[in-house]
Ligand binder design. Structure first.
Ligand code: UDP
Length: 236
């Protein structure tokens, strides 16, 4: 087995139908199937951070609002996604806990680091909702932060139909090629799109590896967690 404990970052859009908005049962079910298959095949301990781009993004949707207020709405939106994903995972037979950085004890546990680790050890998937709990951050930063906190060996940056990091935008440049492995430093220097700059800097500072991969290619997550070369590997 390639990894013992990983953190999977899912963009909110993955939970929506084709139009990129809202939460689709079909989409959450498809994601849950891949995650359950990966758990069953490898026994990997899996934590998840989910975004909210399908529901609300502070900077985009909150125009005219106090930016901090808009960001709090974004964090709350991630909790809706976390609960929807929990529901799909549990329907697929995978025990799951949601922990939130903004307390809402009627719907989820509060984020407690040591408790999250205990859940992981017991084979439960743990979904971290409400981002970092702070405005002006993103769920990419949350993913990095939580990965470091729970001792995940890698952050898996899931993409939709993009199988890794490319030298340039392949839709615009026919000569763009896929990069198999690269350093954090080079990702920063070349301005390659992996995650936002704050999150990437934190990964670089802490030497936390990343894998950028396509979660919608069936079986890809299992292959990646079984040690096959999938996507782009980023390390220091
Ligand atoms: N957000 C925040 N602090 C955090 C994480 C998220 O304020 O620590 C807010 C922010 O408004 C962001 C929104 O939640 O736009 C949704 O997160 P993100 O844009 O990262 O979602 P994704 O693009 O991954 O779907």
């Amino acid at each position: 087995m390639a990894y013992k404990r990983v953190l999977l970052k899912l963009s909110g859009e993955f939970l929506s139908a084709e139009n990129g908005f809202g939460i689709s049962h079909e989409a959450t079910t498809a994601l849950a199937r891949e995650i359950k298959a990966a758990r069953d095949a490898t026994g990997v301990e899996l934590a998840i951070v989910v975004g909210a781009g399908n529901l609300w993004r502070g900077a985009r949707n909150g125009e005219g609002m106090d930016p901090a207020t808009a960001d709090y709405m974004g964090m709350i939106a991630t909790v809706m996604n976390a609960i929807a994903l929990q529901d799909a995972l549990e329907q697929a037979g995978q025990p799951t806990r949601v922990q939130t950085a903004i307390t809402m004890s009627q719907v989820a546990e509060p984020y407690i680091r040591r408790r999250a680790i205990r859940h992981l050890e017991k084979g439960r998937v743990v979904i971290f909702g409400a981002g970092t709990g702070n405005p002006f951050f993103t769920t990419d930063t949350t993913a990095t932060l939580r990965a470091l906190e729970v001792g995940a060996e890698v952050v898996l940056m899931a993409k939709n139909k993009v199988d890794g990091v490319y030298s340039d935008d392949p839709r615009k440049n026919p000569d763009a090629y896929k990069i198999d492995s690269i350093s954090h430093r080079e990702v920063v220097a070349r301005g390659l799109q992996v995650m936002d700059a704050t999150a990437l800097t934190l990964c670089q500072d802490k030497g936390l590896p990343l894998v950028v991969f396509d979660i919608f290619a069936e079986g890809n997550l299992v292959r990646l967690l079984s040690g096959e070369k999938v996507g782009t590997f980023i390390s220091s």
